[in-house]
Ligand binder design. Sequence first.
Ligand code: PLP
Length: 354
Amino acid sequence: MKPVPHIAALAPYALANLAPGLTSLAQNESLRPPSPKALEAARNALSETHLYPDPDWTDLRTVISDVHYITCGTILCGAGSMELIGALASAYLLAGDRMLTTGFAYLYFRTATQLSGAAFDLAPETDFTVDVDALIDAVRPETKILFVANPGNPTGTRIGLAELRHLRSALPDNVMLVIDEAYGEFADGLDDSSFDLVEQGNTAVLRTFSKAYGCAGMRVGWGVFPPKIATEMRKILNPNNVSGVSQAAAVAAMRDQDYMRETVRRTACIRDRFADRMRATSLHIPKSHTNFVTLAFDSAGVALAADDALRSDGIAMRSMSGYGLAQCLRATIAKESVMDRAAQCLERFMGGWK
Ligand SMILES: Cc1ncc(COP(=O)(O)O)c(C=O)c1O
């Protein structure tokens, strides 16, 4: 049996290297479980699992609409925002088309593009931060979609709303701008919203329950789409994409904004302390607006040796070599005791290295 050539040419998606027994700081998961209210709602929903889930995500869209002041009809939900990214690529990219993204952008943007048989371009970033002018310069006649994660993964940095607006206004109207805000709740200025850009008809904004809401294992993402794009997306999304248990949990998680904000607050405290401690060892760490930090070592060799030292101490960070950042490790922010162990290990390592 022969797969289609563009699938055969794809490398398998690079998963984290997680040997059993290691504490994972590799997947940008939340430092604490979902709200107890979400867990209770999930337990209650188990008794309904002989039924297919609500294909319209009615309760979930209602609560998202209430919390974010967005019209319900423009919201779509996915099995994680990855499903939404994939559906956008399937609906709008063909062989011969090009997707544009930033130099160190989330790798799944590329994978989803390649799954559609299309090609991609990377615009350079400046000091690990999206460079809007470089993106504008990199648009080609074949460019159909521009994906930008804001804040970015793995950089953790963000650009402001004014820059996003400038980007949109400088792009040709026929280039779709997809703003992926998987870490949006962690960004300073939680209430700044890019959702109104969707009204222009060629911009979509994605969010997820996987990060600040601590529901990565539930697989719930959502996005705001112009009506014409939403119609095409609905044809592609699996109508049973988000289980009833996950929908119930996500509804309760979103209603519990206090719990989510407390997760964000605790994460930011531990993150900033860890980052400062690491900067004191001379590592370069871009300012993060997410639940992870990226540690830039002097070279790929030093990063590899640091990764080995951490793994000997039972901790797995994520090598960023797949992003063209082989000199970097990305550390998800976990509980304070775990970050302390990681910091002590790296302080010893950096002390021995100098
Ligand atoms: C920038 C970005 N977008 C999307 C995702 C996918 O998240 P989800 O769990 O909602 O599929 C991730 C996950 O790490 C991410 O970092």
